[in-house]
Design a protein around this ligand. Structure first.
Ligand code: N01
Length: 554
C-alpha cells in the first residue's frame, strides 16, 4: 500500500490546500510568495530544519556561488530586496547565501506557511476529485488541487555503491548532506575525499589546511578555473540599485541570465597570441562565466576552439603543480565545459602541500571500503574520516524519490523507466495539476537559477490563475506533446558539445540511468517559448472542467 493510500485508509485528518509546494529553496519560497499574493491557500514542506534548499544542505567547507554573484545571484523581482541586502563578495559563500534566504523568508513573512522537518513521502492523484493526496513523514494527510515540485536539481545525494561502504568505522559525510547541527573538525585527522567535481574541488584546500593528511581519490580529472572572488564593487552595486530594471532586462536577455554580455568573438578569428591574451585576461579576472562565456562564443560549439582553451588550462595546471607525476594525473582530457565547469580557490596548489596526496582511480581503482579506510588495488589508505563528494542523481532524482502517482496510479519511476519526459520542462504527461520548477528539460542548471525559478514560478502562477478564471479543474500535457518537446530539447542540445560528454547533465554519473540530455539550452528563448504558450491559451495541454472546489481561498 502506498503512503497516501495507507493514510486515506487510516482516516487521518486531512489538511486541505489550494497548492502544496515541495521544497523551501529559492524556487519554493518564491512560488509561495506569488501564489499567496493570488489569495491561494498554500503550504511549503521541506525535510530540512531550515529554509534554503540546496544552500541549506551544501554547507561543506569552501562552498560558494560559482555564478556571477553579488546582487545578481538572488531574487531579482523586488527592488526592495535588492536594496536591503548587502552582498560582501562577488562569489558569496554558503553562509551568506543562507543568511540571505533567511532574510527573505522573514522580509516576505514566508515562515508562517512553511513546514520544516517534514519530508513528503508520497503523492497520488485522485482523478474523480481532481485533487492530489499527499503524505508526509510526520503522518499528516494533505490534499491540494495543485502540487508544485521545487525539489532542487541537485538534492538527491549520490553515494556510490562501493563494496564495504557500510563497514567504515570513522566519521563519514556527503558534501550535499553536510551536518547543520555540529561543526566538522578535520584537525589532526587523516581524511579521504572521493570525487573531484565542484564540491570536492572547493573543499580540498579547506580540508587540507587543517587535516593531518588528505587523500583525494580522483576518477576524472577536472578543468578548474580561479574563482576570482573579490569584495563587491560599491559603484556597481549603487548603479544596479539605481537602475535595477535596466540590469534585470540585460539578465533576462543574456544566454545564462547573467549581467555580463557574452563574447561574440570566434576563437579561430584570432591569432594564437591574441587568443592567449584573451585567455590570460579571463583567467586573471576569474570566474566560470569569464572564462567559458566571456572569452569566445564558440567554446561549447567548436571542438577546435574548445581544445585551445582546454590546452591553456592544462598549461596552467602544469605551471602550478610542482610534482610532474601529480600534474600528469591531474590533466583532464574531455572537452572543457561539457561536464559542469568548476572553479576553485587553491585546488591545484593544494597538491604542493606535504599533507595532500592524489590517488588516480583510473590507474589504481577502489577495491573496497574497509573498517579503517579505502583499499585501492595498490593497498589500503588508512583514514579517520571519509568525505563523499560524489554528487547527485541530478535533475530527476529528487522527484523520483517522491515518486508521485498520476493517472491510473502509475508511479513516476515507472513512467520514467526508459526515459524521462515533460512538456515545457514544467509539467509531466499523466500527472495533472503537478508543476515543476527546474525540472528536466528546462534550462535549470545552465541558467541563473534564482532568475530561472522566478520565471518558471511566474508561468505556474499564471497558469493556475487562468484555470481558476476559466472554471478549469485539471490540466495536463496532451498526448504526444512530450515527444515534440523532447525533440526541441535534443535539437538545442545538439547545437552544443554537451551531449558528447559523460556528465551528470547526461545522467552518466548514476549507474543504470539512461543517457538523455536533461537541460533546455535555449535560455531566454526558452522563457519566451513558455510565455508564448501561456499567451496563446495553453496549446499542447488538455483540460477538464472543474468538478468541485474543496479548498477555500486563504
Ligand atoms: O558532484 P559532481 P558535485 N568512484 O557530480 C566522482 C553544483 N555545485 O557535488 O567525473 C569515484 O560534479 C565523479 O567522478 P566522474 C554544480 O552544478 C555548485 O561536485 O563521474 N568517484 C566526480 O568527480 C556541480 O556540478 C557549487 O568520473 C566517483 C564527483 O564524484 C554540481 O553541484 C558547488 C564515483 C562528483 O562530482 C555537483 O557537484 C558545488 C565513484 N563511484 C556543487 N561516483 C557552486 O559553487 C562519482 N564520483 C555553486
Amino acid at each position: 500500500m502506498t503512503d497516501t493510500a495507507a493514510l486515506r485508509a487510516s482516516g487521518a485528518n486531512t489538511s486541505e490546500f489550494d497548492a502544496i509546494i515541495i521544497g523551501a529553496g529559492f524556487g519554493g519560497m518564491y512560488a509561495l510568495h506569488i501564489l499567496r499574493e493570488q489569495g491561494l491557500k498554500v503550504r511549503v514542506y521541506d525535510e530540512a530544519a531550515g529554509v534554503g534548499g540546496t544552500w541549506f544542505w551544501n554547507r561543506y567547507p569552501g562552498a560558494r556561488v560559482d555564478y556571477p554573484g553579488g546582487p545578481f545571484y538572488c531574487y531579482t523581482f523586488s527592488e526592495d530586496l535588492i536594496r536591503e541586502f548587502d552582498w560582501p563578495d562577488t562569489q558569496p559563500d554558503q553562509p551568506t547565501v543562507l543568511r540571505y534566504l533567511n532574510f527573505v523568508a522573514d522580509r516576505l513573512d514566508l515562515r508562517r506557511d512553511i513546514e520544516l522537518g517534514t519530508r513528503i513521502t508520497g503523492a497520488s492523484y485522485d482523478e474523480a476529485a481532481q485533487r492530489w493526496d499527499v503524505a508526509t513523514s510526520t503522518g499528516e494527510r494533505l490534499r491540494a488541487q495543485f502540487v508544485v515540485c521545487a525539489v532542487g536539481a541537485l538534492s538527491a545525494a549520490n553515494i556510490p555503491d562501493i563494496p564495504g561502504r557500510e563497514r567504515f568505522q570513522g566519521e563519514c559525510y556527503h558534501t550535499g548532506r553536510w551536518p547543520h547541527d555540529k561543526t566538522v573538525s578535520f584537525t589532526g585527522k587523516r581524511v579521504g575525499l572521493i570525487g573531484t567535481g565542484s564540491s570536492g574541488i572547493q573543499s580540498t584546500p579547506e580540508i587540507a589546511r587543517d587535516a593531518a593528511h588528505l587523500t583525494v581519490f580522483q576518477r576524472t580529472p577536472q578543468y578548474s578555473v580561479p574563482c576570482g572572488n573579490r569584495p563587491t564593487d560599491p559603484e556597481l552595486v549603487a548603479a544596479a540599485r539605481a537602475n535595477w530594471p535596466k540590469f534585470r532586462e540585460i539578465m533576462l536577455r543574456t544566454p545564462i541570465g547573467s549581467p555580463d554580455e557574452p563574447s561574440t568573438l570566434l576563437a579561430r578569428d584570432h591569432t594564437p597570441e591574441q587568443r592567449r591574451a584573451v585567455y590570460e585576461a579571463a583567467w586573471g579576472r576569474g570566474g566560470i562565466g569569464s572564462v567559458l562565456v566571456g572569452t569566445y562564443a564558440d567554446i561549447l560549439t567548436d571542438k577546435q576552439s574548445n581544445e585551445w582553451l582546454a590546452e591553456f588550462v592544462r598549461e596552467k595546471i602544469a605551471e602550478v603543480v610542482e610534482d610532474p607525476e601529480t600534474a600528469r594525473k591531474l590533466m583532464p582530457s574531455y572537452m572543457i565545459g561539457t561536464k559542469r565547469q568548476v572553479m576553485d580557490d587553491g585546488y591545484y596548489q593544494a597538491f604542493n602541500r606535504d599533507n595532500v596526496s592524489l590517488v588516480d582511480l583510473r590507474e589504481d581503482p577502489i577495491v573496497e571500503i574497509t573498517e579503517r579506510g579505502v583499499r585501492t588495488q595498490s593497498g589500503e589508505h588508512p583514514l579517520d574520516m571519509l568525505v563523499y563528494a560524489t554528487g547527485f542523481d541530478a535533475i530527476t532524482g529528487a522527484l523520483q524519490n517522491i515518486d508521485p502517482r498520476g493517472r491510473d496510479g502509475v508511479p513516476l519511476t515507472e513512467r520514467w523507466a526508459q526515459r524521462f519526459n515533460s512538456y515545457l520542462g514544467l509539467t509531466i504527461p499523466g500527472l495533472p495539476n503537478l508543476f515543476m520548477i527546474h525540472g528536466p528539460e528546462s534550462p535549470c542548471v545552465l541558467y541563473n537559477m534564482p532568475l530561472g525559478a522566478e520565471q518558471e514560478a511566474d508561468w505556474i502562477r499564471d497558469c493556475i490563475v487562468h484555470l481558476r478564471e476559466h472554471g478549469i479543474g485539471a490540466i495536463e500535457p496532451a498526448p504526444g506533446v512530450d515527444l515534440a518537446w523532447a525533440k526541441e530539447v535534443e535539437d538545442w542540445g545538439n547545437t552544443s558539445l554537451y551531449p558528447e560528454a559523460d556528465s551528470w547533465y547526461m545522467g552518466s554519473n548514476i549507474p543504470g540511468k539512461h543517457r538523455q540530455f536533461a537541460v533546455h539550452l535555449g535560455g531566454p528563448e526558452y522563457f519566451r517559448r513558455i510565455r508564448d504558450v501561456a499567451e496563446a491559451g495553453y496549446p499542447g495541454f488538455v483540460t477538464e472542467p472543474e468538478r468541485s472546489r474543496a479548498a477555500s481561498a486563504g
